[in-house]
Design a protein around this ligand. Structure first.
Ligand SMILES: C[S@@+](CC[C@H](N)C(=O)[O-])C[C@H]1O[C@@H](n2cnc3c(N)ncnc32)[C@H](O)[C@@H]1O
Length: 246
């Protein structure tokens, strides 16, 4: 039977989960987002305001989608660092970076969003995509982003969200609740009833206990960010949060 990880188990569980699905990850995102994945990332990049020469950190970079997008915007004069806790996801990101024109701009390293391996004030922009639901401690993750930003630097977070309207909520639950456990059986190949890691079943329940968009924005402000805001997409099932380090 599936058992959702406790907060103490979450980090090891999430690492094992993403190591296991790294080879399916990019293809499944296209299906699960109904082909909207790239469009959401382009909106995110516009809001980030990347400029040539900037230094960008992509926290929980996974297979490197937002990392590559940032590199294409900051160009050869810029620098983009991607950090993630899953060696499997980083290996896939390395392949994609090597095959891209941006290999000289991007550096990938293993690390934890809760304890970033960079000095204070290192980056102009810090991003995080589809990962805030997976961290053990959200306020600490946001505080770490603030610490590594230079004054005036911007933080942007893109993730799934619980739609605030009843129709959006119903549609998301129907879509995730029926589709995702099936993906575990058909794509990931979970056959054993006692198998503890069921990546897409976990995903279908990952909004349980996750802060509302308004509450997450409050966490940004409590961490010290100013000029905060959030923009809902796709009936509120996706949300981009942003803030500036004073
Ligand atoms: C859904 S994937 C998102 C990947 C990528 N940002 C994207 O847009 O496709 C979530 C990623 O967060 C990473 N992750 C989860 N918890 C983390 C943590 N505490 N520190 C660093 N990375 C983490 C996972 O390993 C995984 O690669």
């Amino acid at each position: 039977m599936y058992r959702h990880p406790t907060p103490e188990e979450k980090e090891a569980y999430v690492r094992a989960l993403f190591d296991r699905i790294a080879s399916h990850y990019d293809r499944m995102n296209q299906i699960m987002s109904l082909g909207q994945w790239g469009r959401w990332h382009r909106i995110f990049a516009r809001m980030a305001g990347y400029r040539p020469g900037m230094r960008v950190l992509d926290v929980a970079c996974g297979t490197g989608d937002l990392t590559l997008l940032a590199a294409s915007r900051v160009g050869a004069e810029g620098r983009v660092v991607g950090v993630d806790i899953s060696p499997g996801m980083l290996a896939r990101a390395r392949e994609r970076v090597q095959a891209s024109p941006w290999a000289g701009v991007i550096e990938l390293c293993e690390g934890n969003a809760l304890d970033l391996p960079f000095p204070d004030g290192t980056f102009d922009i810090v991003t995080m995509g589809w990962a805030m639901r997976n961290v053990r401690d959200i306020p600490r993750t946001v505080a770490e982003a603030l610490r590594v930003l230079r004054p005036g630097g911007r933080y942007l977070n893109l993730d799934a969200a619980e739609p605030q309207g009843p129709i959006g909520r119903l549609l998301l639950r129907a879509w995730w609740g029926t589709l995702l456990p099936v993906i575990d059986r058909l794509v990931v190949g979970v056959r054993d009833p006692d198998e503890p890691v069921r990546p897409y079943t976990y995903l279908s329940r990952s909004l349980e206990g996750y802060p509302s968009p308004a509450r997450l924005e409050e966490i940004f402000r409590q961490a010290g960010f100013v000029e905060t805001g959030h923009v809902p997409l796709m009936m509120g099932s996706v949300c981009i949060h942003y803030g500036t380090r004073p």
